[in-house]
Structure formats: C-alpha cells, structure tokens
Design a protein around this ligand. Sequence first.
Ligand code: F6P
Length: 365
Amino acid sequence: IRRIAISTGGGDAPGLNAVIHAVVKAAHQRRWECFGIREGFNGILRPDRYPQDGIIPLSTQMVEQISHLGGTILGTTNHGNPLHYPTTMPDGSVQECDRTPDIHRALREHQIDALICIGGDGTLTIANALHEQGLRVIGVPKTIDNDLDKTFTTFGFDTAVAFATECVDRLHSTASAHQRIMVVEVMGRYAGWIALHSGLASHAHAILLPEIPYDNTKLSDFLIAREQAGHHYSIVLAAEGATTIQGQREVQQAASAGYVERLGGIGEQLAHKLQASTGKEARAVVLGHLLRGGSPTAFDRVSALRFGAAAVRALEQDMSGVMVALAFPNVNYVPLAEVAGRMKAVPADSDTLQTARDLGICLGD
Ligand code: F6P
C-alpha cells in the first residue's frame, strides 16, 4: 500500500476527527500517504462543488489538533448515496444512478489503493458494495444512536448520553420549581439506547423507547400516582422513535406503503396529551442535534482513535470488506456484509432495561 483515502458519511458524530487523526498518524508511521474525500463521496461526484479537487492530501500537521473537535474536517452528507445518486440526464430529467464507477475511476486517477469509510448503516452498505466491486475497503462504525450491529458501542454515543444527562440534570430543578411534567425528546432513530442510558443516568421518572410501545393511559396513570404520592414534578425521557401501540401500527403501515417517516415531534405531542390527561402543566424540550455537537468525551476519543488505528492495521494485514468493532477488551473485525442493513435495538433481555424496571422507572408498558 502506498496511498489510502478516508471518507466520512451520514450524520456527524463526536469522534469523527479523532478517527481521521488516528488514520493519518498510523498511515504516516507506515510511510503511506493519506487523502480525504470531501463531504461523503460528493468530493468525487460533485465537481461543481469541488472544482479544484474534492480529494485532498491529509498531512500529519493538518490533523494534529483535531481529535477534540466535533464535526468532521472533511465534511459529510446524508444525501449522497453513490448507489442511488440523483443525476441530471442529458434530457434534463433527474434519475437515481449507480455512480460507484466514478468513485473507482477517481481513486485510480489518484493512485489510491484502499479506502477507509467512516459512517453508519448507509455508509457501511456503500462500503460493502465498493468492496464487492473489488476495492480494498475497511469500515469504521459511527453513530450517536449506537444502533449498529456487531459492535458493543460506537463513538459519539457516550458524548450524546453525557450531554443528554447533563441537560436532564438541569431540568429537574426547573420542573420541580414549577411542579411540571417535562418531556425530553432525544435522538436515536428506531433504537432507544440514548434514551435508556441518559434516562437512567439522570433519574428520569419515565423512559419511552421504540423497542417498547407505550400505553398513554398507563403513562398518565403513573404520573398521576406520582403526584398523589407527593412527587409534584416528573421527567419523561422519550426517544424520538418511541410510539404507542397504535402509533407503531401506523408506522408499519406507512413503511409497507413505501412512505418513510421523518422521526421527531413526539416531545410536543406527548406534552400536550399529558397536560390534558394529568391536569398538570407540561412542557417539551427537544435536544435534537445538540446531541451530535460538541467535543467528544474521553471515552469516545479513545474509541475513535482505536478504531482509526485498527482500520490501518487491517489494511496492513491485507483485509478488506470488514468493519472494525468494539468487543471488550479489544477491537475485532466483522464482515461488512454482516453489518450492512442490520439495526441493533435494545434487547428485551438487556440488564440495563431490567435495571430501569427495578428502579421503578415507568417504561410505559
Ligand atoms: O443517525 C443519527 C441521527 O442523529 C438520528 O438520531 C436522527 O434521527 C438523524 O440522525 C437526524 O439526522 P439529520 O437531521 O441530519 O437528517
């Protein structure tokens, strides 16, 4: 190997820059040159945005002081899947095309021997396709949602949980002062990892997860019972993908009809409902993209550095088509084909879930 490239795709997560730092440093140790593709694969597929070159050399100096920074110095996008890339045809119409041949061509032109793709489910699916087409590719898992299979955790998750916890810690006093119900909505897509972990850490009174459809009446009765027992405020932590049993049916119907719903909005809706059903004042707080920002925690920085270095070691050992994963105490490698398109939900037998039940936290079921 002489030259490798890195690409960061999908929603950003704190720790991306630490992976880039580790890849560039570890490559430098082996006297390999390192390049970065700008904005997912748009650095290749959107020459209009990168007229000079969307594949840029990455020196060790450039990555020296970036590990503690949120975001990604390369930029990212969740609208640039090269397998279904919106492309303007000669007749002016826009069609989704497979643009992976353009990626292979650009990498050949830059004499790049291998690619490290850092991303979530979508990016790792693309990485697997590129590997199957003959490119040497290593995947690095990234998502604040922690919903990627085959890895114990992903960098970004710990930072998101730490920040959500700090926010809820702060909400206790204002909720208590006003004797209100506060509904806090957190990200997580169709998995409840962020809600469960931050809800436990911050002593939320109810935690709603996509994995456990909740019952409005049971939740409301629980909050009324708290009031009657002399607890005059409550915090409900709701994952953005949490639904009622009825809501879950609607989502499934929408999905089977090909309609992909954008998540979010549960906070406001639920606060409104709970105010009516409990007679208590309720407010919603949506933490949203705040969970993706800021500096990665030390745990996430170390995980990201380990992932980056392990990706370089994998290339050195002639691997391709694998994802670096965290399997305590060390990292290991799993085939990308086993990860792509699979979601890791909170399992029903999780002891973390059982801990919430043992502590008397309402899960709405
Ligand atoms: O995958 C991370 C995530 O933060 C999800 O939790 C959330 O639903 C989604 O990204 C939102 O992404 P965006 O607003 O960038 O489309």
